[in-house]
Design a protein around this ligand. Structure first.
Ligand SMILES: *[C@@H]1O[C@H](CO)[C@@H](O)[C@H](O)[C@H]1NC(C)=O
Ligand SMILES: *[C@@H]1O[C@H](CO)[C@@H](O)[C@H](O)[C@H]1NC(C)=O
Ligand SMILES: *[C@@H]1O[C@H](CO)[C@@H](O)[C@H](O)[C@H]1NC(C)=O
Ligand SMILES: *[C@@H]1O[C@H](CO)[C@@H](O)[C@H](O)[C@H]1NC(C)=O
Ligand SMILES: *[C@@H]1O[C@H](CO)[C@@H](O)[C@H](O)[C@H]1NC(C)=O
Length: 399
């Protein structure tokens, strides 16, 4: 069993072809980026408080999230925080919630201004990213942008997120056809078409900074073996996610060792491993079981949104009305067991105040499981589950 805490971790390695492992050893060149709290200045020089990786784009900085759902990098554009984009009610999880412009800026991790970028062909980006539009993401503009990744610069064609509520922040492309990785490899800036993510922790009690290594992985943060899974070419419930695993066990263990089984060998569950998502996503019937375990009423985001904007609402409840106090024990593909500790499962409610600054409301707790099911009802293991994940892309891609 691999424990999960600040020093030990879950190591899932998802291989498309083992051939590349040797190539990776011979070519150690990597680009290593920090993943953690991200504070930058927006285009108008106001403060942005976000979480992610800092990327420079033509004189401004934005906070981006690693994403395996896309082959092209998608950047939030200034119009995504225009007055007519602040009402979030189109999302089932955010009924009756409207952001302030400052909250929008932090939620999006800042943005670029497309008038400062060279226009590119939208259709090319659409063709490379067949999954983008399926759940209501719109693609209205594309640009050629020079991204500054610490000391390295690379020019790529990016999609621009100009409207809608589907994407929280910018996506840094890590899918099997990532134009970013291929560009870095072709310019000799990385030695292998691979990446390694140490997702850090956004725990309120024990936060920890993570990293994204392009062209390799952070060997220094390993505390156990990688488990290998093949990369899937098929969407899961319509969702494009190359990294998929089978959950063959999931149980909730309270401190007094009582155990409730949610998933067993008889009802095993296919799940996306998606670092863009922060929380766990459960299909509806499992979600209902978690809500029942709380033995207390849930709270809608609109009931506290005048004080705090919840970026990705989990299962929220008043501290004095319900309690969870348990760990989640996952078994993947029958033989990898991971116990997610209590402080990664339940947290004090955190969000953004009216000025877009991060605050915690000690009267509420939140389980790190999305309060509403995913589009298509797929299960997703997000950053709250991952300690470390690594992927090696196929050397040649069918495009
Ligand atoms: C949203 O507001 C409407 C009208 O005020 C109300 O009927 C509804 O219950 C609210 N929904 C939520 C989820 O708060
Ligand atoms: C990325 O491109 C590859 C190769 O063309 C394709 O198989 C895959 O479905 C694409 N992934 C996404 C998430 O769009
Ligand atoms: C969880 O339960 C244990 C005892 O079962 C208790 O000591 C601990 O304080 C509880 N933690 C929280 C956050 O409620
Ligand atoms: C263990 O804790 C659970 C939930 O807090 C409670 O329902 C159950 O009765 C406890 N079991 C024992 C043996 O104390
Ligand atoms: C896990 O199980 C798979 C097949 O179910 C097997 O091929 C693999 O070797 C096992 N891994 C470990 C570490 O036991």
């Amino acid at each position: 069993m691999v424990a999960f805490d600040g020093t030990l971790g879950l190591f899932v390695s998802l291989l498309a072809g083992t051939v590349l492992a040797a190539q990776e050893c011979l070519s150690p060149r990597t680009v290593a980026l920090n993943l953690g709290p991200c504070r930058v200045l927006a285009v108008d020089k106001s403060d942005v408080s976000s979480f992610g990786i800092i990327v420079g784009v033509e004189g401004t900085e934005i906070c981006v999230s690693p994403s395996t759902t896309v082959n092209s990098t998608f950047l939030t554009e200034i119009s995504v925080c225009a007055d007519n984009q602040l009402d979030m009610s189109s999302e089932p999880s955010q009924k009756n919630v409207t952001m302030t412009a400052q909250q929008c800026r932090s939620r999006r991790g800042g943005f670029v201004d497309k008038s400062a970028l060279a226009t590119a062909d939208v259709q090319t980006v659409k063709d490379l990213n067949p999954g983008w539009g399926i759940f209501g993401n719109k693609l209205t503009a594309a640009a050629s942008a020079t991204l500054q990744l610490l000391d390295e610069r690379i020019t790529v064609v990016v999609g621009l997120i100009t409207e809608g509520q589907k994407s929280t922040q910018s996506h840094l492309a890590l899918s099997s056809g990532s134009t970013l990785l291929r560009g870095l490899k072709e310019s000799g800036l990385i030695g292998a078409l691979s990446w390694g993510l140490n997702s850090g922790s956004q725990s309120v009690l024990f936060p920890r900074v993570g990293s994204l290594v392009l062209g390799g992985f952070d060997k220094g943060s390993l505390a156990g073996p990688f488990f290998d899974y093949p990369v899937s070419r098929l969407p899961l419930e319509g969702r494009y996610c190359p990294l998929q695993v089978v959950i063959t066990g999931l149980s909730v263990r309270t401190r007094n060792s009582s155990e409730t089984e949610i998933v067993g060998k008889a009802n095993k569950l296919l799940a996306c491993v998606e670092p863009y998502d922060n929380l766990f996503r459960m299909p509806k019937n499992y979600l209902t079981q978690f809500q029942a375990l709380l033995k207390g009423p849930l709270v809608e985001p609109s009931s506290y949104s005048d004080r705090l904007l919840n970026l990705e609402p989990g299962i929220v409840y008043r501290k004095d009305a319900a309690d969870f106090n348990a760990t989640l024990r996952f078994t993947i593909n029958y033989n990898q067991t991971v116990e997610v500790p209590f402080h990664e499962v339940q947290r004090s409610l955190r969000g953004l105040d009216k000025n877009g600054a991060v605050i915690v409301d000690p009267d509420y707790n939140e389980l790190q499981i999305y309060g509403t099911p995913a589009e298509g009802d797929a299960a997703v293991l997000g950053k709250a589950f991952l300690s470390q994940v690594r992927s090696i892309l196929p050397n040649t891609l069918a495009i």
